[in-house]
Design a protein around this ligand. Structure first.
Ligand SMILES: Nc1ncnc2c1ncn2[C@@H]1O[C@H](COP(=O)(O)OP(=O)(O)O)[C@@H](O)[C@H]1O
Ligand SMILES: [Mg+2]
Length: 291
């Protein structure tokens, strides 16, 4: 059985894509998990991080990825999710796919255009269903055909409040919500949680939300104070206990070395490798109801 996790927060730049990458690598390395990453963001952060910028462009030209799937869907054809998967990752340890591995369903900026087209077509047909429900139903049915090949499906969601983000979130029983402890990001998160838990979305009964503090700087007094408040349960945030620190090693790890170049986990993450493993463990414990 595979577990599906959406990595979502309507605020951009909070570490969604970096968290997705750390988890994909961590799950494949530590748990020998077979991981499918679904890039649902037109900015394609996780596609670039796992495949590199050149590959992102080549795949766009070859019409592989979520944008091309949506194009098919909007024109009434089958999405054929299984044929849009690409072998991903840049870790030597995972290269032979013997134990854990990572596949990705890539994205590119064409996704913006295809979403607009999908919404346009649906409106012309006067579809009364909510578009996010329509889209997530179609994606779920596609996912159900391939998920038996995976232990974990990670969905990197787009920023913003749009149809695509909602559809992506609806696919997952678990929503992992990276947030930086900066007043703005924090209030966006609490608004987001209220929205998710609001009845009109009908998501509340179906999903569990797991806030994750990212880009944490212990030298920042304000952040330290906020983290203490959260740990004391003041905001009922129920965040994953271990924050992801802001480090240059993690920033560097997100830069893909280029097509066909592999590196060891130690080379990729440097001094931040223990953070990757600790985050993965904390998330696995949380998902299995222990953390
Ligand atoms: N813990 C961290 N340490 C260092 N850099 C980080 C960290 N988290 C995110 N970043 C950097 O911040 C930027 C935004 O992160 P990203 O994961 O792309 O956010 P999002 O996907 O939410 O837009 C990227 O350049 C990323 O590498
Ligand atoms: Mg991103």
């Amino acid at each position: 059985m595979s577990v599906t996790v959406a990595i979502a927060n309507p605020k951009g730049g909070v570490g969604k894509s970096l968290t997705t990458m750390m988890l994909a690598d961590g799950l494949a390395l530590s748990y020998e998990a077979r991981v499918l990453v679904l890039d649902a963001d037109p900015q394609a952060g996780i596609t670039k991080a796992l495949l590199g910028i050149d590959a992102e462009q080549q795949l766009q030209e070859r019409k592989i990825g979520l944008a091309a799937m949506l194009e098919a869907f909007a024109s009434g054809r089958s999405m054929r999710m299984e044929s849009h998967r690409v072998v991903a990752g840049d870790l030597i340890e995972l290269r032979d796919r013997q134990a854990g591995f990572i596949d990705i369903l890539p994205s590119n900026h064409e996704l913006l255009k295809e979403m607009a087209e999908f919404e346009h077509v649906a409106r012309r047909k006067k579809r009364k269903d909510r578009l996010d429900v329509l889209l997530s139903d179609a994606l779920r049915s596609e996912l159900s055909k391939i998920e038996q090949h995976y232990d974990a499906v990670l969905i990197d969601c787009p920023a913003g409040p749009g149809v695509l983000g909602l559809a992506a979130m609806r696919l997952a029983p678990h929503i992992l919500t990276p947030t930086s402890l900066e007043t703005n990001a924090y209030s966006t998160l609490t608004d987001f949680l209220k929205f998710i838990l609001a009845d009109d979305l009908n998501l509340a009964s179906q999903v569990k939300v797991h806030p994750l503090i990212t880009q944490y700087q212990a030298t920042n007094t304000l952040q330290r104070e906020m983290l203490n408040h959260i740990k004391q349960g003041l905001h009922q945030l129920n965040a994953i206990s271990r924050p992801v620190p802001y480090t240059s090693a993690l920033q560097n790890a997100a830069t893909h070395p280029g097509l066909g170049v592999y590196r060891s986990a130690r080379d990729k993450y440097g001094s931040a490798l223990p953070e990757v493993l600790a985050l993965t463990k904390a998330v696995v414990e949380r998902l299995s109801g222990q953390g």
